[in-house]
Ligand binder design. Structure first.
Ligand SMILES: NC(=O)c1ccc[n+]([C@@H]2O[C@H](COP(=O)([O-])OP(=O)(O)OC[C@H]3O[C@@H](n4cnc5c(N)ncnc54)[C@H](O)[C@@H]3O)[C@@H](O)[C@H]2O)c1
Length: 384
């Protein structure tokens, strides 16, 4: 009889050593998974391998995918590489964890969905926000009907790291990040999370997108994600073709309505994802700035606040929390818990359907983005 590998016997290789690659490495190690290989361009892989104590370094992603000491390939390179890297890893017989968005357009994402299906490998897209304990608990409450029928959802995802015209990152260039920026980069986190909680897909959208800095200045030389503007740098002006912020009306497959605001030029908001779910029995609110608290709104009784890992919070996140109440579980923990779900599925012990976002979910988010762009251009509702 074929036995399933245990979670900690699986070995990971990570492509991309910028901001989020090392977050993957750290989360994997906290889970007990060995990271055997890393990949980046030029000397960056060797430098990261030395810094992070990873035995194998590759300058070409296909070599990492072919490495027999790698079972799972994590793709944390810029968006434009996701499709080709996913296909190469699947061709090499590897399981894949790809960063969001899954690829640049639905032509590419459809190819990945089909390749993942044909390869019969586990393929996950890193919509890690699903793994905040409050999000898992909200999903449970909606499924149990505790909130009643969902009437509407309100929320936002706001950041300020691209607030200044000198703030620069590859995401600002359509050829690197895709035609949509704020919406694809952070808006899809919100849309994936809310769809996950509601158990309902977004079926149509009405979008108004805007670019505050129509021209920005690009530092000459590469800049890391979230890097501060450096006054000693020299800059070259360029025209901005991607959205700094936007407002989107949404319709969900269960009849619920939604409205979402997204911005990367909201001074003071570092990484604030927030949603309020209004049901026919009661409401629930959550914000990533206070991730341990889940708020409930009542019409006739006092409102309530529940703290993670207490009885009032509920056990919808059981198995995906490691610390007692009062010891905050936040952003890095969502990666650990997402990987726990993914690696359990690889080891043959995951839940059905999986809690993590699949290639199909990643395809859906890119399809929503395309509908959002269509709606914005046509100034009309667009069907996903
Ligand atoms: N889930 C999340 O919360 C989250 C957060 C941040 C970024 N991301 C996603 O992760 C991806 C990377 O974002 P980032 O902020 O880490 O970017 P980054 O620019 O900081 O890092 C990207 C790294 O990829 C490397 N790279 C570029 N081309 C490569 C190639 N051909 N082969 C190997 N490596 C290559 C770069 O040299 C760089 O080190 C993006 O798709 C982004 O959307 C997700």
């Amino acid at each position: 009889m074929k036995t399933s590998p245990s979670l900690s016997s699986l070995r990971a290789g990570v492509i991309g050593t910028g901001f989020i690659g090392p977050v993957h490495v750290e989360a994997l190690r906290r889970l007990g998974v060995t990271v055997t290989a890393i990949c980046d361009v030029g000397d960056l892989a060797a430098q990261a391998a030395a810094r992070l104590k990873i035995p194998r370094a590759f300058a070409d992603h296909r070599q990492l995918a072919a490495c027999p000491e790698v079972d799972v390939v994590h793709i944390t390179a810029p968006n434009r590489f996701h499709c080709q890297m996913s296909l190469a890893a699947l061709r090499a017989g590897k399981h894949v964890v790809c960063e969001k968005p899954l690829a640049m357009n639905t032509r590419e994402t459809a190819r990945v969905v089909e390749a993942a299906r044909a390869a019969r490998r586990v393929f996950a897209v890193n919509y890690n926000v699903r793994f905040y304990p409050a999000v898992l608990q909200l999903r449970r409450l909606v499924r149990q009907g505790i909130l009643g029928d969902i009437i509407h959802v309100n929320g936002s995802y706001l950041q300020d790291w691209l607030f200044k015209d000198t703030d620069y990152n590859w995401r600002l260039l359509p050829a690197e990040g895709g035609r949509l920026r704020a919406v694809a980069d952070i808006g899809t986190h919100w849309m994936d999370t809310v769809s996950f909680i509601l158990g309902a897909r977004i079926t149509s959208v009405f979008a108004d997108l805007a670019t505050w800095h129509k021209q920005r200045r690009r530092p000459l030389g590469e800049v890391q994600t979230f890097a501060r503007a450096d006054t000693r740098l020299r800059y070259a002006p360029y025209k901005v073709q991607t959205d700094d912020f936007g407002s989107i009306l949404l319709r969900f497959s269960n009849g619920a309505r939604g409205n979402l605001a997204v911005s990367q030029v909201a001074a003071g908001r570092k990484n604030c994802i927030r949603f309020e779910i209004y049901g026919s029995k009661k409401s629930a609110w959550w914000c990533s700035e206070t991730p341990e608290q889940l708020h409930f709104g009542n019409r006739d009784a006092a409102n309530e606040t529940a703290v993670r890992a207490t009885p009032a919070f509920g056990d919808g996140a059981a198995g995906f929390m490691d610390y007692p109440p009062g010891h905050v579980e936040g952003f890095p923990d969502t990666f650990k818990m997402n990987f726990r779900a993914i690696y359990s599925a690889i080891a043959g012990a995951g839940s059905t359907p999986p809690l993590f976002a699949t290639a199909r979910d990643g395809h859906q988010e890119v399809a929503v983005c395309e509908a959002i762009l269509r709606s914005h251009r046509q100034r009309a509702w667009a069907t996903v």
